[in-house]
Design a protein around this ligand. Structure first.
Ligand SMILES: [Fe+2]
Ligand SMILES: [Fe+2]
Length: 265
């Protein structure tokens, strides 16, 4: 078992795809993980399973890898399904989770926006650039910068999961550069490919943060660190003022008014 725990998850899943399926059952989505070089022990630690779940998971994985090995059964009820976990966040982390909600409202509108662009004779450049402005100034500068400049500094920034988050932020920025290029040149296919690329990426990214990364970081923070982080996040927010989140919330409401009505039609 020690050997399995110190192996890279990607290699294990490539050799034994059923391990990916077992992990999926526990809500540990390592098969589609963008890097996948995390060690098995880190994966298990990050997901904070209860002892019964962890013992069962490790038993099933060891049996999947070594079907002929006489693996001792854990003294737990192997039929017991994992109960959905209620996550409680510290106040500064909860604020970041709340910011995801506004970003997810834009992501939900992207299919309607794309179909509107496809149907229009000419690309509505102003609309695309206003969405880009939201993504760059709210999702990226206002939200991702607090993650990168404050939150991630409280944990080992070389940890695989943090590296994946940085990579996702960069991939998102590249998609948005392509969307701008598409808007400037009136290339509908380019806009569609990259705005959908951004949507898929951010949907998974936010899910990873809400369900795995943020709780993992919260578990490592002392009360003093939570207080300090709260102060730093509040200072970062105060430096841009209340007007910025209000402006972008109004923008999303305006888009919802326009595009949700179109969907209903
Ligand atoms: Fe992020
Ligand atoms: Fe985030």
């Amino acid at each position: 078992m020690e050997k399995i725990l110190n192996k890279e998850i990607k290699g294990i899943i490539e050799k034994h795809p059923e391990v990916g399926k077992i992990l999926d059952e526990y809500g540990i989505g390592c098969s589609p993980c963008s890097v996948g070089s995390c060690l098995m022990k880190d994966i298990v630690g990050i997901h904070n399973l209860d002892p019964q779940q962890e013992a069962t998971l490790m038993y099933r994985i060891e049996k999947a890898i070594y079907p002929d090995r006489n693996v001792p059964k854990p003294k737990v009820d192997l039929t017991k399904k994992a109960a959905p976990k209620k996550i409680s966040y510290s106040p500064p982390v909860k604020k970041l989770v709340d910011e995801h909600v506004l970003i997810k409202r834009l992501l939900a509108l992207i299919p309607s926006i794309v179909s509107y662009i496809e149907k229009s004779a000419k690309v509505d450049k102003d609309l695309v650039l206003r969405c880009v402005d939201f993504i760059r100034n709210y999702a990226d500068k206002y939200h991702h910068m607090k993650e990168e400049d404050i939150l991630f500094k409280y944990v080992d920034e070389n940890a695989e999961i943090i590296q994946i988050m940085y990579k996702d932020h960069d991939t998102g920025r590249n998609h948005i550069r392509q969307v701008v290029e598409g808007a400037e040149s009136g290339n509908k296919a380019q806009i569609k490919e990259h705005i959908f690329g951004y949507r898929d990426l951010l949907t998974q990214h936010i899910k990873k943060e809400d369900e795995i990364l943020y709780p993992w970081i919260d578990r490592q923070l002392s009360d003093t660190q939570v207080g300090e982080m709260f102060r730093k996040c509040n200072e970062a927010d105060a430096s841009v003022g209340d007007a910025l989140p209000r402006k972008y919330e109004n923008f999303i409401k305006e888009l919802e008014g326009k595009f949700q009505k179109e969907v209903v039609k």
